[in-house]
Design a protein around this ligand. Structure first.
Ligand code: IVH
Length: 678
């Protein structure tokens, strides 16, 4: 029995540690699968031996007691909101007011403004004892049981925490989780939530915490309320809270003056589209507690903090019609034609509807009044329908059945959202897509051939499949010309192949014959065969014959090759036309087996070293650098963690990354340093 108790204790401690590493430090040391495995093991033991289960066990956070009615409780201090600002001038005015009241130019802390709903967590002797919603600011609902289901909110703190304090923050839902949840709601015939904020708020107010646990909520904390003598600044309090296991957002940054604040805002205004959650602005706070006291409050808001709201990018307009576009991969995208509407200074006439699932989810119909969003350079998209304005007798929108480009039937795999044209070899956008993929940098790297050249050679009948590249002669292409019209500006241009370009094309094609097998394989454009998979296939099977004759089991025995990839490879090589292409390429001298010569000298110079490449570089492209790192035995990673050895920093590297690297004491090197290393 003691043995079982020990096992439960160890598993509990281990899982808590992993939760902390995953959610708070963003430095997981085990995979999600391994985590789930450990969690299941603990769960099994707890069911058999509930007497040994900890009250704050990681298993508990996926369900718990039922809270019938929420009890309204008074906040120890009113839960204030912030004054909003929308322009640079507003912020400069705020800075002037602050400077006047403080008598100096203060340091600010900039934080993202999370688009969720406010929560106040009370910890006593390191244990989470209460979670109150904002309510009317004076008193709120006790939603402790529901809040306990959020994995990133620790039930028990670690480290050197004060005896009693409150910490306030925002509960929210990640975009992906929100989309998944809405998909499920639609399937069940329920009305989808309009945005992640509503769904997070709706979720926390659910009566059953087991239901809450099924909806993945998250929480960032941003306001310590307790003995202020412990810290001299807001930033210090957040750092301490982080060390107790509480989740503080990584973007949080000290700015020395209002100009730095504006840089922070500009950065996140464009970068926010890459976040997994929504942020609707930036909160600027005076860092020093002493100055906060001196500056004080108005009746409603602190005078030492302000919220800057990003411009909203949503507009309302009418859906006129829907076109279906076939992309280079054969995926069919429904595109909405809209009544022109101005969003952030540009007129939007078209928006993506993505796929049939989205059409069904939104139940969008011709004639509907729709909400359109536009963020940065992302194509505008329809995010909702105003059902109250729906015309009577509107009809459900049907997805087309055949390819609008070539007439072939469309197919849809169960686990994919997109419809695809089934005739990859005879559908013009797909043919051009394959040709373009073949010459691309990561495949044959023929940089003298771009989209316009391919378009021209295809129109002249010189290119029908990838093997035709090696049949092109200098005389065939010299002097070829084509009229191009810019879709947006309407500008008309003529391109023509003069001696130099024609020569570059021919020599580019000739040089590409030295490309390694794995890249040739990738260049064939077989569905699901990306760079990594083609490397795996090439190094496992060594030559094309073995891949052609490989059966399902041979393929799936290779690391990371699953059902879809195996089926795709088998189907591709079954096609006679494709085998002819391979034969033709082979007769032109392309590599269809692994050469020992593919390995380069000095390969091991970066063996086992982990790199994060960030920013813009002058000598190489970012992909070029990453490729070189791998060639020399190093590894690339997208995010900085304690396991990172080097951060290769180019220009305009994100401040959050830089700060994280500095905090973790990771070596930050320049492009020049890197060249010296290899
Ligand atoms: S500080 C006295 N920081 O936005 C300080 N609020 O209108 C009060 N919010 O009520 C709040 N992100 O619900 C603060 N990083 C952040 C925030 C944040 C989101 C919410 C919060 C607040 C409202 C301000």
């Amino acid at each position: 029995m003691q043995e079982i108790k020990n096992k439960i204790d160890t598993l509990t401690a281990e899982l808590k540690e992993h939760n902390y590493r995953y959610y708070v430090l963003a430095e997981p040391v085990i995979s999600d699968r391994e985590f789930d495995f450990l969690l299941k093991e603990l769960e099994k033991l707890e069911i058999q031996f509930p007497e040994y289960a900890h009250s704050d066990s990681p298993v508990k956070v996926v369900g718990g007691a039922i809270t019938k009615n929420f009890i309204n409780k008074k906040h120890i201090r009113p839960m204030l909101s912030l004054a909003n600002t929308y322009t640079e001038q507003d912020l400069r005015d705020f800075d002037e007011r602050v400077k006047k009241l403080a008598g100096i130019s203060p340091q600010y802390v900039c934080e993202l403004k999370f688009d969720g709903f406010a929560i106040g967590l009370t910890y006593k002797k390191g244990k989470l004892t209460q979670a109150l919603t904002r309510g009317d600011g004076i008193s709120g609902d006790d939603v402790t049981e529901n809040v306990k289901t959020i994995r990133t909110i620790p039930h028990v703190l670690q480290g050197n925490y004060p005896d009693e304090f409150e910490i306030r923050g925002e509960i929210f839902m990640h975009r992906k989780a929100f989309e998944r949840m809405n998909e499920e709601r639609v399937k069940k015939g329920e009305i989808p939530f309009a945005n992640p904020r509503n769904s997070a708020a709706g979720t926390i107010k659910m009566q059953e915490s087991t239901e809450v646990a099924k909806r993945p909520l998250d929480c960032f904390l941003y306001n310590f309320i307790g003995d202020e003598k412990l810290f001299s600044s807001h930033y210090q309090s957040l750092q301490a809270a982080k060390s107790w296991g509480l989740q503080i957002n990584d973007a949080t940054k000290i700015c020395e003056n209002i100009d730095e604040v504006l840089v922070f805002i500009k950065y996140w205004d464009s970068e926010r589209k890459n976040l997994t959650f929504e942020t609707d602005g930036v909160v600027v706070k005076v860092n020093s507690y002493q100055l906060q006291h001196e500056i004080g409050f108005t009746a409603k808001n602190p005078r030492w903090a302000i919220a800057y709201k990003f411009e909203t990018e949503r507009a309302e307009t009418k859906l006129l019609s829907v076109d279906f576009q076939v992309g280079r991969t054969g995926a069919v995208t429904p595109v909405a034609n809209l009544e022109p509407v101005l969003i952030l200074g540009t007129t939007v006439k078209r928006a993506s509807l993505h796929n049939n699932d989205i059409i069904e989810q939104l139940d969008v119909r011709i004639g509907d009044t729709v909400y359109v969003e536009k963020g940065g350079e992302i194509i505008p998209k329809i995010v909702g329908v105003d059902l109250s304005k729906r015309p009577i007798f509107s009809q459900k929108l049907d997805f087309i059945k055949v390819c609008p480009e070539c007439g072939a039937t469309l197919v849809k795999q169960e686990d994919e959202a997109a419809h695809y044209c089934s005739d990859e070899d005879n559908c013009p956008p797909q043919i051009k897509g394959k040709l373009l993929h073949f010459v691309s940098r990561k495949a044959m790297n023929i940089d003298s051939i771009g989209e316009e050249t391919i378009e021209m050679l295809w129109e002249k009948g010189l290119l029908n499949d990838i093997s035709d590249f090696y049949k092109i002669k200098y005389e065939d292409i010299l002097g070829l010309s084509k009229k191009t019209v810019n879709e947006i500006s309407g500008e008309v241009r003529f391109i023509s192949l003069k001696e130099k370009s024609a020569h570059n094309i021919i020599s580019g094609i000739e040089n590409s014959k030295n490309t390694s097998f794995e890249k040739v394989l990738y260049g064939l454009g077989i569905r699901y065969i990306g760079e990594t998979v083609s490397k795996k296939l090439a190094s496992h099977f060594k030559n094309i014959e073995k891949i052609i004759s490989a059966e399902y089991d041979d393929l799936t025995s290779v690391d990371e090759i699953g059902e879809s990839i195996a089926n795709s490879v088998i189907a591709w090589f079954k096609n006679e036309k494709h085998l002819k292409i391979i034969e033709s390429l082979k007769s032109n001298g392309l590599n269809f087996e692994i050469n020992e010569g593919d390995k380069i000298v000095g390969e091991n110079k970066l063996n086992g070293k982990s790199f994060v490449v960030s920013g813009v570089f002058s000598k190489f492209s970012r992909d070029g650098i990453k490729e070189t790192i791998e060639k020399f035995g190093g590894k690339n990673s997208g995010s900085i963690s304690s396991k990172t050895d080097y951060v290769l920093a180019g220009e305009n590297m994100g401040p959050a990354k830089l700060e994280k690297a500095q905090k973790l004491g990771i070596k930050i090197i320049s492009e020049e340093d890197f060249l010296k290393m290899i």
